[in-house]
Structures are given as structure tokens and as C-alpha cells.
Design a binder for this molecule. Structure first.
Ligand SMILES: NC(=O)c1ccc[n+]([C@@H]2O[C@H](COP(=O)([O-])OP(=O)(O)OC[C@H]3O[C@@H](n4cnc5c(N)ncnc54)[C@H](O)[C@@H]3O)[C@@H](O)[C@H]2O)c1
Length: 377
């Protein structure tokens, strides 16, 4: 088995989720490469030292440029706020490193295009961490759709609801709160939460042609942690949009951080000619399925427990009936990336595929400003 030497930038939420995935993946999957936690990078030496010790990284860096220059690193994993993705990815591509980049790919589609061109020119393997594709129930939904079980698709309905920014006293910017700072995040719920819904939707139901969106910023000013001053809030707190898919189906998407009581309620439902599918992140190991072709009096929604060996990814884990969770979606994504390294096919979504989500996000934000339908192409 060859080594895949990882250099990871950022040790926050995603730094931990990815480190856990690298640590586990070779125990559960037979793969051509072994993930090696070579170096962790962040700006604060003391903190990154502690992180490296806890997670088993061999070394640390405090300057990501030095990490990228290192000859003993094969792949750069970008787990930092959105405004850093482009510069890091361009440098990593130039240095010939493989790149695993957190979502959203970029601050906007113009940046995303530069990043796509950079990895394509350098010919380096690349992937974006839209991990929900690898929740077995969601992967199973994709299989059912591809097998034609739903028939013609009429509707796609997605939402992603949270409630953690309702307090007007919450500052914007800095560690942990960069998502409220438009300069670091690029946008609010559109790029942070709806990007996940859009990626899943594009994967399951094909391209989006056009969108009509509305956004709102409920709290207009917040103190900025870095400047100490009260500043205008530039992100969207809530966003809802209508979409038309290339296949003729209609969609509604909604996201907010102001839905009191909801922490991470990501749900989608798809209605087809023969059957419907529904999924809920709070119950992620189940897929709801209704098939109109079932026998009349017994017809009804089934709640399928996605834990059998013939469900996607599940043969790698425990015995039927025992479920897995959120963190496993990252393990699956690493496994798929490693499988792709020596092959011709890129692990999906690669930068070019994630760029489609950037285009939809841009179109939604443009539509919210213009008040008109906008092309997502
Ligand atoms: N796939 C998912 O479901 C998912 C979930 C959460 C976050 N994300 C994405 O992951 C990325 C990081 O989010 P997070 O929640 O882990 O953030 P976080 O705030 O928890 O961690 C960010 C990390 O980046 C480091 N950092 C910031 N600027 C840096 C720099 N210039 N050089 C080196 N290190 C730097 C910080 O020190 C911190 O360790 C974002 O792009 C976010 O959108 C994806």
C-alpha cells in the first residue's frame, strides 16, 4: 500500500471531521493508499501543536505557504474559511499537490472558475467536500433515481434550517463567527447551507436552468470582533428560491438561521411520476419511499432503515440493523477520493462539478437583488 501524505490547513469543525475520516478510512476500506496525517497547519503554534498531538499528526506548520511547498506532502486539505480557499488552492495546484477543498468551493463563481482552470492546467486530482452525497441514504436515493424508480420527476423540495444567529448581540467576524462576516464567508445561508442543498439537487436531479430568489438580513448591524466597531451585516440571514431544472421539474429551496428550534434541519423530498423520496438529516440513516405501483390497500410511505450490506457503503461497517452517523460521510468521501487517485475518473464532486453550485448561488443572489428570474448557467 502506498502512502497518501496529508497536509491539512485549519483545525476547526472540519479539521476534526476530516482528521477523523483519515484516521478511520483504512481500517474499514481496502484501499490502494494509506492516509498519513503528515502535517497540520494553522496560525497559532500552541493551538496547532495541541491539535496535532490529539489527532496524531506527525508535524505542524503555522504558514500554509510553507506547508504547500513541502516535498513530503501529497495532498492539501483546505479546511479554512471561504475567503482563503482560492489562494490556497491556486498555490497547491501550482505546487502539483492534490487538493481536497471544503465547500463552498469559493466566494463566487468568478473565483471558482479560476480555481477550476488552475487544477485543470496543473492536472492535479481535486475534490470538494460536499459530504452529504456520501450519507448512505442519500447515495441510495441517487441509485433509485438512476434506476428510473421515480419515473419522470416533477418536484424537488429542499430546506436547511438553523436558529443560532437570532440574538442581535452576537458579533460578526473572527474565530467561530466568520460565517456572519461577508468578507470571510462571501454570502450567508446561500453559500453556507443552500450550497449543500444545491449540490445534492444537481447530483440527484440534473442541472438547474434558472432561479428566482429572495434574501433577507434580519439584523442589519453587528459589532465586528476584529475591528471592535458596529458594522453593517453583509450576509443573507435567510434565503428562499424557486428553480427550474433542465429536466422540466420545479423546485423550492429555503434556508435560514432564524428558524427557532431547528439546529441543522436539512431535508429534501422528490416527487416523481411513480414514486417519491424524502430524507431528513436528523434521521439520516432512514430513507422514506412511496411507490404508487405497490398493491392498493398496502400502499403507503415506507421508512427504509439504510443499514443492510446491500445499501451503499454499509458492507464496510457493522451488521444489518446497526446504523452509522454524520462523521461516516467524510470517511466515505476520503475512501472514494483514494479510490480515484490512480484512475481516470475524478472523485465527485470535483472543482468543475462544485462550480455548478457556485453558479446557482450567484444566480440566486443576483435574482434577490434584481427581483427577476436569473439564468443559473
Ligand atoms: N462539508 C460540510 O458539511 C461543512 C461543515 C462545516 C464547514 N464547512 C466548510 O469548511 C470550512 C471551514 O469551516 P469550519 O466550520 O471548519 O470553520 P472553523 O471556524 O471551525 O475552523 C476554521 C479553521 O481555519 C483556520 N484558519 C483561518 N484562517 C486561516 C489561515 N489564513 N491560515 C491557516 N488557518 C486558518 C482557523 O484557525 C480554524 O482552525 C468552510 O469553508 C466551511 O464552509 C463544511
Amino acid at each position: 500500500m502506498k502512502d497518501l501524505r496529508i497536509g491539512m490547513i485549519g483545525y476547526g469543525f472540519m479539521g476534526r471531521a476530516h482528521s477523523n475520516a483519515y484516521a478511520k478510512v483504512n481500517h474499514f476500506f481496502d484501499l490502494p493508499y494509506r492516509a498519513v496525517l503528515k502535517a497540520a497547519c494553522a496560525r497559532d503554534k500552541e493551538k496547532v501543536d495541541a491539535f496535532a498531538k490529539q489527532w496524531g499528526y506527525e508535524s505542524v506548520e503555522t504558514d500554509w505557504k510553507k506547508l504547500i511547498e513541502r516535498k513530503d506532502i501529497d495532498a492539501i486539505d483546505i479546511c479554512t474559511p471561504n475567503n482563503t480557499h482560492k489562494e490556497m488552492a491556486l498555490a497547491a495546484a501550482k505546487a502539483g499537490k492534490m487538493i481536497l477543498c471544503e465547500k463552498p468551493l469559493s466566494m463566487n463563481a468568478a473565483e471558482g472558475e479560476e480555481m477550476c482552470q488552475a487544477v485543470e492546467k496543473a492536472g492535479v486530482k481535486n475534490m470538494v467536500w460536499y459530504n452529504y452525497r456520501r450519507v448512505p441514504a442519500v447515495t441510495f436515493a441517487k441509485q433509485l433515481i438512476d434506476e428510473g424508480k421515480l419515473g419522470r420527476i416533477f418536484h424537488f423540495r429542499a430546506k436547511f434550517l438553523q436558529d443560532w444567529t437570532i440574538s442581535a448581540d452576537l458579533p460578526q467576524g473572527g474565530a467561530g463567527l466568520w460565517r456572519l462576516d461577508v468578507g470571510a464567508a462571501g454570502s450567508g445561508v446561500t453559500g453556507d447551507l443552500l450550497a449543500h442543498c444545491i449540490d445534492t439537487a444537481l447530483w440527484l436531479n440534473g442541472g438547474i436552468k434558472s432561479v428566482s430568489g429572495m434574501t433577507e438580513t434580519f439584523i442589519k448591524e453587528r459589532k465586528h470582533t476584529l475591528s471592535g466597531k458596529v458594522e453593517k451585516v453583509g450576509i443573507d440571514d435567510a434565503c428562499a428560491f424557486l428553480a427550474r431544472f433542465d429536466n422540466g421539474s420545479l423546485a423550492t429551496f429555503e434556508s435560514t438561521r432564524y428558524a427557532r428550534g431547528h439546529k441543522a434541519l436539512y431535508t429534501f423530498e422528490i416527487n416523481g411520476e411513480h414514486a417519491s423520496i424524502a430524507w431528513d438529516l436528523h434521521d439520516l440513516h432512514r430513507l422514506q419511499y412511496f411507490d404508487h405501483r405497490d398493491e392498493g390497500p398496502l400502499r403507503g410511505w415506507r421508512s427504509i432503515h439504510i443499514t443492510d450490506g446491500d445499501h451503499p457503503y454499509m458492507k464496510h461497517w457493522w451488521v444489518p440493523g446497526l446504523q452509522i452517523g454524520y462523521e461516516h460521510s467524510f470517511v466515505h468521501q476520503v475512501a472514494d477520493f483514494i479510490e480515484s487517485i490512480d484512475g481516470k475518473q475524478a472523485a465527485q464532486p470535483d472543482f468543475r462539478s462544485a462550480q455548478e453550485t457556485q453558479k446557482v448561488c450567484d444566480a440566486v443572489l443576483n435574482s434577490a437583488k434584481s427581483g427577476k428570474w436569473e439564468s443559473a448557467k
